[in-house]
Design a protein around this ligand. Structure first.
Ligand code: COA
Length: 165
């Protein structure tokens, strides 16, 4: 059983993330989408809400499970027996940060490889913060977010914006 972990903050999950998860399903027997926090980011959606949104967005993918992690990714990989970390690369600007993470994770968990998948061109400019920014001004985010969660993402963005004001 070859298990891959797709980690990210998913604040919220976008079509770009979903594309990477779908393609990881073609390479591995089981894919765990792992909601983890980047210490430098303050998330708009709670961990549980991010997990629930991913569960709905991946409902048609039987190989996928969703989990949360509040510790080190390397420790999670050891615990679940994962052999790979799968990440999407959108542009050269992603590379330096991802390269550093990959090296650190290899040191902490040599059993797992980091596998980079190139984002397809139609998703390369999408990011969760772009979705939040457009949504917070009432813009149309339907091209960036899976249809099954569109209404909830839009509502969540507006709720957070109201709380912040
Ligand atoms: N398509 C579109 N957008 C994508 C994408 C894709 N395929 N892949 C990533 N992105 C975007 C995300 O939306 C996000 O956008 P934002 O900056 O606007 O929020 C950005 O790229 C980065 O996203 P992500 O890959 O989720 O990275 P992150 O920095 O938010 O999270 C963790 C990184 C959570 C995986 C990392 O911090 C981690 O592993 N934390 C756990 C603790 C740990 O082990 N730390 C040490 C690691 S060495």
């Amino acid at each position: 059983m070859r298990i891959a972990v797709c980690p990210g903050s998913f604040d919220p999950i976008t079509n770009g993330h979903l594309d990477i998860i779908e393609r990881a399903c073609g390479l591995f027997d089981r894919v765990i989408v792992l909601v983890a926090d980047n210490a430098d980011k303050h998330c708009w959606f709670s961990t549980e809400r991010r997990k629930a949104l991913i569960e709905r967005a991946t409902a048609g993918m039987p190989q996928v499970t969703v989990d949360v992690c509040d510790g080190l990714l390397a420790d999670y990989l050891k615990k679940c027996g994962g052999c790979a970390i799968v990440k999407g690369l959108r542009a050269l600007s992603d590379f330096e940060y991802e390269f550093q993470m990959a090296l650190a994770n290899r040191k902490l968990c040599p059993e797992a490889e980091t596998v980079f998948l190139t984002t397809c061109t139609e998703h390369m400019y999408i990011s969760s913060s772009l979705v939040r920014q457009i949504g917070s001004f009432g813009g149309d985010i339907s091209a960036f977010v899976p249809p099954a969660i569109l209404a909830d993402v839009q509502a969540g963005i507006l709720e957070t914006k109201e709380r912040q004001q």
